[in-house]
Design a protein around this ligand. Sequence first.
Ligand code: PBG
Length: 337
Amino acid sequence: MKLKYNRTMSFPATRMRRLRRTDSLRALVRETAVTPGNLIYPLFLCPGEGVRRPVSSMPGVFNLSIDEAVNEAEEAARLGIAGLLLFGLPERKDERGSGAYDDNGIVQQGLRALKASPASKQLVLIADLCLCEYTSHGHCGLVVESPGGFEVENDATLPLLARASVSLAKAGADVVAPSDMMDGRVAAIRQALDDAGCAQTPILSYAAKFASAFYGPFRLAADSAPQFGDRRSYQMDGANLREALREIALDLDEGADMILMKPAMPYLDVISEARERFGVPLGAYQVSGEYSMLQAAFERGWLDRERAILESLISIRRAGADFIVTYFAKDAAKLIG
Ligand code: PBG
């Protein structure tokens, strides 16, 4: 076929396909990479010994007793994974979430055990900081009755989060990661850490955390589903980008060292905008629903497992995340090799 070229177009001088012809050419011009060192692996600690209880909503994810978690951590360290994000399933829950700030709480015990293991000591141990796994009602803060039914109290929750942060830091957390979305919590935590002699403990703030259906499978894993109502009075409305940027600015102002965006794939635009605006280390959380959705498709043979895992992670890195919290951390580290 004889094509008519006009002088302003660059074809045929420019042919984008020239650099796509071979593996090595594609590797040479690849703009984004994901390495095991970019990945954080979440673990769910539970009481007992030798416990490895599968989470039904998340194939490949387990509730682990501390001894099992140490094995898992050692494997993660061998794979070059950057760190762990620790969640806890306490023996008992109460209205004030006291398991979160109990010096002998499940995550505190886990931190001590992990710090005693030479291999896992190399990992950055991040303690998720929230009340929802520890409260009998499953909300992320204190609950009081109100004319509208109930209210999750903001200011009364702050001292509890602050107390939990100190307890976790003293138990060995390298980083604390508040995920509750109370206003002012970063400032309260920073002050408490400083007052307790933990001025070197960084805060990774879940600055922009959206009220998302994609947390569904996690709530089974962490046994943290709210017993009534939902989290929309404290987590963000998924429609709001500008508000997310305000949340980040406020948390940085209060002293957050790093920020975490969550969920990841349905909010890549928010990650990308945050990356443009803020020159701080930024992570993204590929949450349980993102994981389970992919796993379900793999089980049905609808998606190619290896390619879909890596593509999902690359997309999050490309949007601007420095690091990614993902349940695929071990799988991905093995694939990257
Ligand atoms: C605790 C917390 C949640 C997640 C991380 N920290 C649950 C929630 O907010 O309901 C979700 C993680 C995931 O879905 O993988 N507040």
